[in-house]
Design a protein around this ligand. Sequence first.
Ligand code: NI
Ligand code: MN
Length: 230
Amino acid sequence: MKKLKLTWLGHSAFLFEAEQKVLTDPFLSGNPKAPCDSEALNPDIIAVSHGHADHLGDTIAIGKRVGCRIITLHELANYIKSKGVFAEGMNKGGTLKIKDVSFTMTDALHSSSIDASGFSFDGGSPAGFIIGMGGHSIYYAGDTGVFGDMKLIRELYEPDIALLPIGDQFTMGIREAVKAVELVRPKIVIPMHYGTFAAIEQDPEEFKKAVEAKGETKVMILKLGEAIEL
Ligand code: NI
Ligand code: MN
């Protein structure tokens, strides 16, 4: 089994590399803090959590250039297909396996209008993913508030790694994300969706202190563009 390499591309964009290369919510060309151009990325799969511009991001452009698989919620897949790029839809509770990588769609407490469509498409309902790859069960929460069924995510999928938004205003802030860690109980949590814009400035060290004071979960704060092996 190959080790999992994880690179933070800013905001909620991550590149997961093991048997295949999986890119999440590739918001690069519109992100003033993006550590690389979307042209530098050649994923096998893109997973998109919802229709907001800071998540759909460069999905269509990368999909066109690379010809990779794109998986997302049903309604957003229809929108992407309307732009001439193939995308596969799925929905909450379902699992899609692509060779040795599995994606299970989870709930998220948020909204999902497709900003790029000028609101003419139904954006469906926002999601997170459990990604099974590299011997890990990874909970990629997407944009969400904390919700009680994160406990169910723990029971069903036992994620050892969780990627949680902490930026506040549009998603969980630190207080809620600390509660999410209590519910999900991963070994490692990586904060995301903060620091991109003034509205979501956040001190990840404060999150780390609060989580690590409570239990066994370790918080890993990544720098923009930083890669780690897990
Ligand atoms: Ni959003
Ligand atoms: Mn967002």
